[in-house]
Design a binder for this molecule. Structure first.
Ligand SMILES: [Fe+2]
Ligand SMILES: [Fe+2]
Length: 167
């Protein structure tokens, strides 16, 4: 079924939000690289790439339904990061914002009776749940590490290894 109207506009806005998330993660990767943590930096780079896959998933949904999305305005990622904890907290805050935006898409799809978008939105709801859980777990571990340099280096190696395995 052709996608148009309010829901098309909202999904289009979501594409921009996912690309914006990718840019934010890329900046966080830079911040961690500057702090000599290549593993954590690589973890954020992998997240950045994943956000572009999300953007593409929404884009494909729209073009499959004869809609023509346009990427909206991106803003500079205004993140000031002084610690690893702050980097992951910024990441969680952004994910929570994205989750709420996807819930709003779901509410709108229901309101509009748009059955075709529901399976895709269900996928995203589950994906966001996982994203928030994995970032939340890392935050918990960073808190446990506190100011222990060795602990931080171990986490850096671990997150770096996970990227290497996924690549
Ligand atoms: Fe995403
Ligand atoms: Fe994400």
């Amino acid at each position: 079924m052709e996608l148009k109207g309010k829901l098309a506009d909202a999904i289009n806005a979501q594409i921009t939000l996912e690309i914006q998330a990718s840019v934010v993660y890329r900046q966080l990767a830079i911040e961690m690289d500057v702090q000599d943590l290549p593993g954590i930096s690589g973890w954020f780079l992998a997240q950045s790439a994943e956000e572009l896959v999300h953007a593409q998933k929404f884009t494909d949904h729209m073009t499959d339904r004869n809609a023509a999305p346009k990427i909206g305005t991106l803003t500079a990622p205004n993140v000031t990061i002084n610690s690893v904890l702050e980097a992951f907290e910024a990441s969680l805050a952004h994910e929570q914002k994205v989750s709420e935006s996807i819930r709003n898409l779901y509410r709108l799809a229901q309101q509009e009776g748009d059955i075709d978008s529901i399976p895709m939105l269900n996928w995203f709801i589950e994906e966001q749940l996982e994203e928030e859980a994995s970032v939340g777990e890392i935050i918990g571990r960073v808190r446990l590490i506190g100011s222990d340099g060795n602990g931080l280096l171990r986490l850096d190696a671990e997150l770096g290894a996970r990227n290497a395995a996924a690549a």
